[in-house]
Design a protein around this ligand. Structure first.
Ligand code: AMP
Ligand code: GLY
Length: 451
C-alpha cells in the first residue's frame, strides 16, 4: 500500500466513543478494541478498569455539549450509549442534532423501556405475545384491582427505577405495598403516564434476545440468560444480574427463530408505525412459557451482564455489523460455538445497601476475561473510599492492575469460556478463586442450572 492508500484505509476505520462506565461498557469497549475496523476506542467517562481497552475521558452524558464538542473535535465516527438514563433523557437526539452518528435510540424510541405501559400498548396492538396487564394512575384503583386478581402477581413501577421497580410476589400485602410505593408522590397527569402496571405472572425459563436494530432491519445476537436473584438457588432480592451465560441450552434454534418472527420483527415495525423508529440495541427479555415465548420486558440498550457473555463470543467485527445496518443492509453475525459463563462479584450488602469500599487483589494471572463493573484503582482512592483527583500516570503497568477497590454494587465479572457450559463455568470459577477481597460475594451456581 502506498501512503495515500494507507490514509484512505485509516480514514475508513471507526473512531468509537462509548458513553458509560460499567461492565457492559467495558465489554463493548473490549469488543471494539479487538475489531480490526476500529482505529480508536474512547469512553466517557469510562473507568480505571476500562483503561486496558479504551481511552477514558473526563466527560459524561449529563453535560452533553462538551461531550459533543469533544466528539466533533476528535473525529469520532460512531457513538454507542450504554445505560438507559441518557437514552430516556434524549442524549441520542442531542448528539444527532450536533451532526454525530449515534447507534442508540432517540428518547421517543427508548420509551419502550422507560414507559412500560406504552410498551404493553405497543405489543398489544402489534399482536406480540406478552403477559396480560392493567395500568393505573393512582393507588386506590390499583388496590381495588389487586383484590380481584390471582396470586402470584407482578407489580411494575412505570418509570425508570434503577432496575428495582419490579415486584414478583404471592403475598397480597407485599403486592399492596409495592403498589403504594409506586404511586407515592407520583402525579400521573403531570408525568403523562400511569404510575403502575400490574401484570399476570408468567412461568418458565427466561432468556434475553438482544438485536442490533436500524428501522425495520435487525441483526439478532446470540441469546443469553441472566441470573437476577442475589443468592444461590434463585433466592433473595432481584438484582441487576449476578451472572449470565450464553448460549442457553434450553433455548433451541427453533425457539430463537420463533422469537424473531413473533416478537422482534413485529416490534420493530410497530415502533416505526408509532413514530418511534428504533436504532441501537433492542433487548427483549423473554420467557418460554407453556403457551410459547412471551415478552417480560423490552429494554432500549445492551444488557448488563448479558453483554459480558455475548460479546466475547462474537466473531464478526461489532463495528462492521453496526455500520452495515446504518448503511441499509442486514448483516448476519458469526459466533464462536463455545459457551461463556460470567460470575459477578458484588459488594456485601448489595443490592439493598452495598458497602462502598473494600480491597480487591488479583492474586494470580487470570485465564479468562475480567470486566470492571464498579471499581477504582486502589492507589486513586482515599482511605474512606472516595476517589482522589490524582492523575493515574503509570496506570497501565501490569503490576498496578492487581490492586483495586470496590466502589459499591456489582464490582467485577469473571467470564470463563469452554466447549460446554460445565467447562465454561469451571473456568469462570477458577478465575473467581484468583481474586482476593474482604468485601466481595458471589453466587456459586451461575451456569449450573441454565434451563
Ligand atoms: P426487570 O427488572 O424488568 O428486568 O424484571 C425483573 C424480573 O422480574 C424479570 O427478570 C423476571 O424474572 C420478573 N418478571 C417481570 N415480569 C414478570 C412476569 N410478567 N411474570 C413473571 N416474572 C416476571
Ligand atoms: N440484565 C438485565 C438488564 O440489563 O436489564
Amino acid at each position: 500500500m502506498n501512503h495515500a492508500e494507507i490514509c484512505t484505509e485509516e480514514a475508513r476505520r471507526e473512531r468509537v466513543l462509548i458513553v458509560g462506565s460499567g461492565g457492559r461498557e467495558h465489554a463493548l469497549a473490549a469488543a471494539f478494541a479487538a475489531d480490526p475496523d476500529v482505529a480508536a476506542v474512547f469512553a466517557a467517562p469510562g473507568s480505571d478498569g476500562m483503561a486496558d481497552v479504551a481511552e477514558c475521558l473526563p466527560l459524561n452524558w449529563r453535560e452533553p455539549a462538551p461531550l459533543a464538542d469533544w466528539a466533533l473535535a476528535n473525529a469520532v465516527t460512531l457513538i454507542v450509549i450504554g445505560p438507559e438514563e441518557p437514552l430516556a433523557n434524549g442524549l441520542t437526539d442531542y448528539l444527532r442534532e450536533r451532526g454525530l452518528t449515534v447507534f442508540a435510540p432517540t428518547r421517543a424510541a427508548a420509551r419502550i423501556e422507560w414507559d412500560k405501559n406504552w410498551a404493553k400498548e405497543l405489543m398489544t396492538r402489534a399482536g406480540v405475545p406478552t403477559a396480560r396487564y392493567a395500568a393505573f394512575d393512582e393507588a386506590d384503583a390499583a388496590l381495588e384491582y389487586l383484590a380481584t386478581v390471582d396470586l402470584p402477581i407482578v407489580i411494575k413501577v412505570n418509570r425508570l427505577f434503577a432496575g428495582k421497580g419490579v415486584t414478583v410476589t404471592d403475598d397480597l400485602a407485599t403486592a399492596q405495598n409495592a403498589v403504594r410505593a409506586a404511586c407515592a408522590g407520583y402525579d400521573a397527569t403531570e408525568a403523562g403516564m400511569p404510575a403502575v402496571v400490574i401484570e399476570e405472572c408468567l412461568e418458565g425459563p427466561e432468556f434475553s434476545l438482544i438485536s442490533l436494530v436500524d428501522g425495520d432491519r435487525f441483526c439478532p445476537l446470540a441469546v443469553a440468560q441472566d441470573y437476577k436473584r442475589a443468592y444461590d438457588g434463585d433466592r433473595g432480592p432481584n438484582t441487576g444480574g449476578m451472572g449470565a451465560c450464553s448460549p442457553v441450552p434450553v433455548i433451541s434454534e427453533a425457539h430463537i427463530a420463533a422469537a424473531i418472527e413473533t416478537i422482534v420483527r413485529p416490534t420493530v415495525r410497530a415502533l416505526i408505525e408509532h413514530n418511534a423508529t428504533f436504532t441501537g440495541f433492542l433487548y427483549a427479555g423473554l420467557m418460554l412459557t407453556a403457551e410459547g415465548i412471551k415478552v417480560i420486558e423490552f429494554n432500549s440498550r445492551m444488557g448488563d451482564p448479558e453483554a459480558q457473555v455475548i460479546l466475547p463470543r462474537l466473531e464478526s467485527g461489532l463495528s462492521g455489523l453496526i455500520r452495515a445496518l446504518l448503511d441499509g443492509s442486514t448483516p448476519t453475525a458469526r459466533w464462536s460455538s463455545d459457551y461463556a459463563v460470567g460470575v459477578v462479584l458484588a459488594s456485601q450488602g448489595y443490592p439493598q445497601g452495598p458497602l462502598r469500599t473494600g480491597t480487591i487483589t488479583i492474586a494470580e494471572p487470570l485465564e479468562g476475561r475480567l470486566y470492571h463493573m464498579s471499581t477504582a484503582r486502589a492507589a486513586d482512592l482515599t482511605s474512606d473510599g472516595t476517589k482522589t483527583n490524582a492523575p493515574t500516570n503509570d496506570s497501565l503497568a501490569p503490576a498496578n492492575n492487581r490492586h483495586w477497590r470496590s466502589t459499591g454494587g456489582r464490582s467485577l465479572i469473571c467470564v470463563g469460556r469452554g466447549p460446554s457450559l460445565e467447562t465454561a463455568r469451571a473456568a469462570a470459577y477458577r478465575d473467581v478463586g484468583r481474586i482476593r477481597s474482604d468485601v466481595l460475594f458471589y453466587r456459586s451456581d451461575i451456569g449450573s442450572h441454565a434451563e
